[in-house]
Design a protein around this ligand. Structure first.
Ligand code: PLP
Length: 614
């Protein structure tokens, strides 16, 4: 690195890959000497909005070494403020460098209570004062966003927030404006730096998707267009329909079926179960309420059913007890004979069996109920068949594993989750209903202010008639763009890849005498534990909980825990297209290392992990 004071700034910027700042540095008269003295705040002040770029610049400045002392006047911040304000942009395509210069225009640093910039009555707006400046900031944010995902593997999966960061979220309601660049700086430092971690290759906790870059762009564009998907005649509404149609195709539902995009699986299940209730109630539940139902309705799911179904029963006015938990068989699937017996008993007791809720991919272990057998039984008993396919429905597109969910197309209603195995950025769920008229009859209301019109904006379909929401976000775009870019076949192969990873992890676990699988690995969920000899079940639970917590705290990997048939275990749900084979090897290695360290040294015996090295 050159050490002389007369640094060739252009060459130096070229070497560190940040030539876009050359013009800006020139406009601010930044020479080699001044550069060596620049701080993070100085860089911000001259308009380096990107956190990542400031970091890179500061590292490169540190490598230059410091300049000899200069008269204080040369260091005063005003020297960094451009003396020449860039001419106003001639078009919206003004380049980022010009835009960043304008960030420092004197107008931007005026106190906000100057009378001439107080909004004139009737003219106040949320639009930027200067679009070219907004463009520069947006470009910098995009630069950071790309780097954020590109480098995600090099960061800890998760890290604890320092107290000052936590405290920042107690800040009071902002009453005065702040520059967007400053707002973004705060977001970068307090939010982006402390994620949940589910975009990381070694995140396997609970059951998440990993989001995706194109989907994120879709969310951005959806917000830019800002359309309300309550309905109407506009392109977003047609795309909403189209994505629902594509999802029907993926799971083999007929085109005549209906569907709606919702926030996630929990809401999708509520939609399906509400239709089931109304169809089977024998009275007009919408008009008369559940109190008018003659015989109590019974719903049946396995004892592995997701907790959202309990919430659904409660919210639908049926109560938790209406949900019968049927025991599971050796493969952790609903026991079909036990279900048959429960239905018979409820009928004999004068109750009204209403709906079988099959699970295609249980949250604990990924077990898939015997869908063809449950479809046959539901049809025999004249019950509604709802399938909770939040985890597993999309296996239908996976070439090597689709057979596992054969029969899913027989459901009367189906819940699925594009924010899981299509990796749509949260939130995106979908409810499909075979009988479109029953679906619409459950939710449609046409108030006087939402009448259809023969032409114009209100001539399109009212999408709010298929669910509980009136205003709806443009969820379809993020799903549509990623499907268009990658094609559904790739998403299918990625599902196969996750399932392969889970089976490989299971094999690695089985090869280690101190590890054991706690449930058979069916699809992409692996339940396992560290189990050295001589410990009782309470001690094993404590030990495994501590392994899980340390693994998270050290930023190595994120798994969660659960209890399967009375046995506590760690649980890795591999729904992550960034995961590689070596990540699974690391999980096994680190589980053993942490387990042994805890057994040997107790809770105090912490070793240095990834987090400390980072
Ligand atoms: C089987 C099952 N059903 C329903 C849900 C709820 O889905 P969401 O979190 O999208 O509301 C989940 C979530 O993981 C699930 O695994």
């Amino acid at each position: 690195m050159p050490r002389g004071l007369n640094l060739d700034i252009d060459g130096w910027l070229r070497r560190i890959g940040l030539t876009q700042y050359a013009e800006m540095f020139r406009a601010n008269d930044i020479d080699g000497e001044l550069l060596r003295r620049m701080t993070n705040d100085d860089l911000k002040d001259v308009g380096v909005v990107s956190f990542g770029h400031r970091k890179k610049l500061l590292e490169a400045i540190a490598e230059l070494g410091s300049a000899p002392a200069a008269p204080p006047a040369a260091l005063a911040m005003p020297t960094l403020i451009p003396t020449v304000v860039a001419p106003p942009p001639t078009s919206a395509s003004v380049d980022a460098v010009g835009s960043v210069q304008r960030l420092m225009s004197p107008r931007m640093t005026m106190p906000i209570d100057r009378p001439e910039i107080i909004a004139r009555p009737g003219r106040e707006t949320l639009d930027p004062d200067d679009w070219s400046e907004a463009l520069a900031i947006s470009r910098a944010i995009l630069d950071d966003a790309v780097a954020y995902l590109r480098d995600v593997r090099d960061r800890p999966v998760w890290k604890e927030m320092p107290p000052e960061v936590r405290a920042s979220f107690d800040a009071p309601l902002p009453r005065k404006p702040e520059q967007l660049a400053e707002v973004y700086r705060e977001v970068a430092e307090t939010v982006m730096a402390y994620p949940m971690g589910n975009v990381h290759p070694r995140f396997w906790a609970w059951y998440m998707g990993s989001s995706n870059f194109t989907g994120a762009i879709g969310d951005f564009l959806a917000a830019i267009q800002g359309s309300n998907l309550g309905g109407g005649s506009h392109a977003a509404a047609l795309m909403d329909r189209q994505v629902v149609d594509w999802l029907k195709t993926m799971v083999g539902f007929p085109h005549s079926a209906s569907g709606t995009l919702v926030s996630g699986g929990s809401m999708a299940n509520i939609v399906g179960l509400a239709v089931a209730r109304n169809v089977k109630a024998g009275v007009d539940v919408r008009e008369l309420g559940v109190a008018a139902i003659e015989k109590s309705l019974c719903f049946y799911g396995s004892d592995q059913i997701h907790s959202c179904h309990r919430k659904a029963m409660e919210a639908l006015g049926l109560g938790n007890q209406a949900l019968r938990r049927i025991p599971i068989d050796r493969a952790l699937r609903m026991d079909v004979e036990a279900l048959r017996a429960a239905i018979a008993k409820d009928r004999a007791d004068g109750l009204a069996p209403c709906c079988v809720i099959a699970t295609a991919g249980s949250v604990n272990t990924g077990a898939i109920d015997d869908l063809p057998a449950l479809a046959a039984l539901a049809s025999e008993e004249d019950l509604w068949l709802h399938i909770d396919g939040c985890i597993g429905a999309l296996i239908a597109i996976a070439p090597r594993n689709a057979y596992r969910v054969a029969g899913i197309e027989k459901a009367d209603s189906l819940a699925l989750d594009p924010h899981k195995w299509l990796h749509a950025p949260f939130e995106a769920g979908c409810a499909l209903v075979r009988d479109a008229s029953a679906h619409r009859a459950t939710f449609a209301v046409t108030p006087e202010y939402l009448q259809s019109a023969p032409r114009g904006l209100a001539s399109g379909e009212w999408l709010h008639e298929w669910g509980l929401q009136t205003s709806r976000g443009f969820r379809a775009l993020k799903i549509w763009m990623a499907l268009k870019e990658h094609g559904v076949e790739k998403f299918g192969r990625l599902i196969d890849q996750d399932i392969d990873h889970a089976h490989r992890l299971s094999a690695l676990i089985e090869a280690e005498p101190d590890l054991e699988l706690v449930a058979p690995t069916n699809i992409n969920i692996v339940c396992f534990r560290y189990r050295p000899s001589g410990l009782d079940s309470a001690a094993i639970k404590e030990l495994n909980t501590e392994i899980m917590l340390r693994m998270q705290e050290e930023g190595l990997a994120a798994v969660s825990d659960t209890t399967v048939q009375g046995r506590h275990c760690l649980r890795a749900a591999i729904n992550n297209y960034r995961t590689r084979g070596e990540d699974l090897e690391l999980l096994v290695r680190e589980t053993l290392r942490l387990g042994r360290a805890i057994v040997t040294h107790g809770a105090a015996g912490r070793e240095t992990g990834f987090q400390d090295q980072y």
